[in-house]
Design a protein around this ligand. Structure first.
Ligand SMILES: [Zn+2]
Length: 269
């Protein structure tokens, strides 16, 4: 028994629990996370095949919400028919956010123009629907800032698994973005990132696992699961001089504010 047993309810704001990595034991993974204090899961459906699997996961679990979009690494598939399909599923399935979308220049494909078309179309949908937008950014901070500067009227922007330099951090705070923190910030090599994160007000923080990716240090199984969220919170809370309880409480109320869970499809049906 540890002091982590009595944590306030936690929200995992970014995971891929419909991933094949969980096919053998998905329900057990969800139950273990619930037992660890995770009260709500946001499953990110990041390509057309995952829009349906996200819906199925939500239908089967009252504590799962979904976000739907096209990941920048999938932007090569983007065309008018994918855009029409995304608009339709967003209208019909009523996710709580658009995304993850954004820019990822860590690899040479998809091209900048493909990524830009997909990103812009999703920002337009976010603006029209008033839904928050979940952003994935890798090696693309300047392009992302420049693009988002063209869209002053978006609902809250979530910079998921935040990574960036001083200028991106300052920009994000100024813009009022929410900052997703998880396994990446826990890595031993992430010292400079952790230092920057201390400048982010706790009012802007969201906890996330990005499961099955980005397992925090000290876990044997390299498959990340939402049950690791208390451990992640425990590793990161000292950055703000907070107790793990205070960080969980704060990030849960931030998540409620961003995603407006009371207004989600569950209370509309
Ligand atoms: Zn993700």
């Amino acid at each position: 028994m540890t002091e982590l047993d009595d944590l306030p309810p936690i929200v995992d704001t970014h995971g891929h629990l419909d991933d094949a990595a969980f096919d053998a034991d998905r329900n057990a993974v969800l139950d273990a996370a619930r037992a660890a204090g995770v009260r709500r899961f946001i499953n990110i459906g990041y390509k057309p095949e995952r829009w349906e699997s996200s819906r199925a996961l939500r239908d089967a679990n009252p504590d799962v919400e979904i976000a739907l979009g096209l990941h920048p690494q999938e932007a090569g598939r983007f065309d008018q028919s994918v855009e029409r399909f995304l608009r339709r599923v967003i209208h019909e399935l009523r996710p709580i956010a658009v995304g993850e979308t954004g820019f990822d220049f860590a690899r040479s494909t998809p091209s900048l123009s493909e990524q830009t078309s997909a990103f812009r179309a999703q920002l337009a949908i976010a603006e029209e629907t008033g839904l928050p937008v979940v952003i994935h950014q890798r090696d693309a901070a300047d392009a992302m800032k420049a693009e988002l500067d063209r869209w002053p009227n978006l609902a809250p922007i979530v910079l998921h698994s935040f990574d960036g330099d001083e200028s991106l951090t300052a920009w994000a705070i100024e813009r009022g973005c929410y900052i997703g923190i998880g396994g990446l910030a826990c890595k031993s090599a992430s010292g400079p990132l952790r230092k920057l994160l201390t400048t982010v007000p706790p009012e802007r923080l969201l906890l996330e696992t990005d499961a099955p990716y980005l397992a925090p240090p000290g876990i044997k199984d390299r498959r990340n699961t939402p049950a690791h969220l208390p451990r992640i919170a425990g590793l990161l809370a000292p950055l703000w001089g907070m107790s793990v309880e205070a960080l969980c409480r704060k990030t849960t109320s931030n998540a409620d504010e961003v995603f407006d869970f009371d207004k989600s499809s569950r209370s509309q049906v």
